[in-house]
Design a protein around this ligand. Structure first.
Ligand code: ADP
Ligand code: MG
Ligand code: ZN
Length: 483
């Protein structure tokens, strides 16, 4: 008997750190001063008896946290619960001195949202709930050190139904969700700083079966690429286990990006292990429906809306629009570059530069931003659309602007890259190339259109990339027809 074909079933839990000034239950700062990273802040310097969990202290809920969670809920089309509850999730860890985390369990603030992927798959959002972050333990000098600066930092947890089927879908969901929460202004969204972390749940089942298989949870991966890789690894690991006739063990695993493998961390705990109960120290969280409507009315333009506006008003391809909208740096450059234009050709030239050359340069410089500005891109876009710069020359100029930040005009002059479109200037080049390639010229005369590409390529080369290829094409046509 052949083994059945398996399909993956994936559900994601995202912890998103809210960009409030203060923590969720006290007035300690929730994040480092602007421009500083978490690791630069003196351990245990932004804590107080409340977030350090001293007995006898009382938490007071930060209202901005509630407002931000509602903003996420309405943007994801979720139902907002006007009266929700905080609950204690009991577990022991050195970095959780209270012995419980304050979260939400049975009555989360938002439920039943959804986010649609580009292939049309609706990903249902099961719930969005409020919770506090825990502290951080580190293991050094044979000791465990505890830093509570992060304890009490506000989070929302956004949990999907198991609606995803492939690692690519999971990656796309995460990128979309990330762009959404950043656009909402509720998080700084810094992945390196752990502002947006994902737990991925994955199980396998024979194609056609409705019942879910046993799942594994992969904890706290903070890169979209690594989530995809961890899921790929799990798919082949779980299929191998199932094909050998053994059951998959329900457990929590960690992903090691160096080895590109997941490995077991602990057996998976169940909800009943946490002895959840409503936190008696906190009143129910109440939101007025007028308040919800006010938040809904004040939502900024969301990435999906922005993308379709770029497609319909500026003629961007769906793929380019998506690439740009999901990338905060590229979006900022694009939006800055198109403020003074509604010209579709200019916009499309700019979008091509962004997804092509700009992305390449950024990768080459390992993510460090160059000196390129939106103004440079606007200039390049209009020159390309007016035929003043060939696309090869535009790339070269863009590279120079990335390096030096100098004005486009000056860079074009200095590099001698202004596109040549004058027939008198180009005719000698056409004749020289035809003379140097008599065989190709004869083939073209005999009707072999294919060789014209080769000949124009030679002419471009001879012009140092400056010739306008459309003008060359016209001239070549004329010469072949005997004029
Ligand atoms: P917990 O909070 O204990 O991790 P939940 O039941 O709330 O567990 O599920 C968390 C996530 O796991 C959700 O995103 C859900 O869609 C997903 N999930 C649950 N069961 C499975 C399964 N069998 N296969 C894949 N994903 C699953
Ligand atoms: Mg979980
Ligand atoms: Zn505090």
């Amino acid at each position: 008997m052949s083994s059945p074909q398996f399909e993956a079933v994936i559900g994601l839990e995202v912890h998103c750190q809210l960009a409030t000034r203060t923590k969720i239950f006290c007035s300690c700062p929730a994040s480092p001063p602007v421009g500083r990273s978490v690791s630069e802040v003196e351990p245990n310097s932004s804590i107080c008896p409340v977030c350090a969990g001293h007995p006898g202290t009382l938490p007071v809920l930060n209202r901005r946290v509630v407002e931000f969670a509602v903003r996420a809920g309405v943007a994801l089309g979720a139902r907002i619960r006007l009266k929700s509850r905080m609950a204690r999730k009991n577990y022991f860890y050195p970095d959780l001195p209270r012995g419980y985390q304050i979260s939400q369990h049975e009555e989360p603030i938002c439920e039943h949202g959804s986010l649609t992927l580009s292939d049309g798959t609706p990903v249902r959002i099961r719930r969005i709930h409020l919770e506090e972050d825990a502290g951080k333990s580190s293991h050094e000098f044979g000791l465990t050190l505890v830093n509570l600066n992060r304890a009490g930092v506000p989070l929302i947890e956004i949990v999907t139904e198991p609606d995803l089927r492939t690692p690519e879908q999971a990656g796309e969901y995460l990128r979309e969700l990330h762009a959404l929460v950043v656009a909402l202004g509720i998080t700084q969204g810094n992945l390196q700083e752990g502002n947006f972390r994902c737990d991925a749940n994955i199980s396998m089942r024979p194609v056609g079966r409705a019942e879910l298989g046993t799942r594994v949870e992969i904890k706290n991966v903070n890169s979209f690429r690594f989530i995809e890789k961890a899921l790929y690894f799990e798919i082949s690991r779980q299929i191998a286990v199932l094909e050998s006739g053994k059951p998959v063990r329900q457990e929590t695993r960690l992903y090691d990006s160096g080895r590109d493998q997941t490995f077991p961390m602990r057996g998976k705990e169940e909800a009943e292990d946490y002895r959840y109960f409503p936190d008696p120290d906190l009143l129910p969280v109440c939101v007025e429906s007028a308040e919800v409507e006010k938040i809904r009315g004040a939502l900024p333009e969301l990435p999906a809306q922005k993308r379709s506006r770029w497609e319909s008003d500026l003629g961007l391809s769906p793929a380019d629009a998506r690439r740009i909208v999901l990338d905060p740096d590229l979006s900022a450059l694009f939006e800055g570059a198109i403020v003074r234009t509604t010209d579709r050709e200019v916009a499309s030239a700019i979008s091509h530069l962004l997804v092509g050359e700009v992305s390449r340069l950024r990768e080459e410089s390992e993510g460090k931003p160059g000196a390129l500005t939106a103004g440079h891109l606007a200039d390049l876009g209009s020159r390309i659309s007016q035929g003043e710069l060939s696309s090869t020359a535009a790339k070269k100029v863009l590279g120079l602007a990335w390096e030096s930040g100098e004005a486009i005009d000056r860079l074009i002059e200095r590099a001698g890259l202004r596109q040549e479109s004058a027939e008198d200037a180009l005719l000698p080049i056409v004749d020289a190339v035809l003379a140097a390639n008599p065989a190709a010229a004869a083939e073209l005369k005999a009707g072999k259109e294919k060789v014209s590409g080769f000949l124009i390529g030679q002419m471009m080369k001879r012009s140092g990339g400056r010739a306008n290829p459309e003008v060359l094409r016209g001239l070549l046509q004329k010469r072949i027809q005997g004029n």
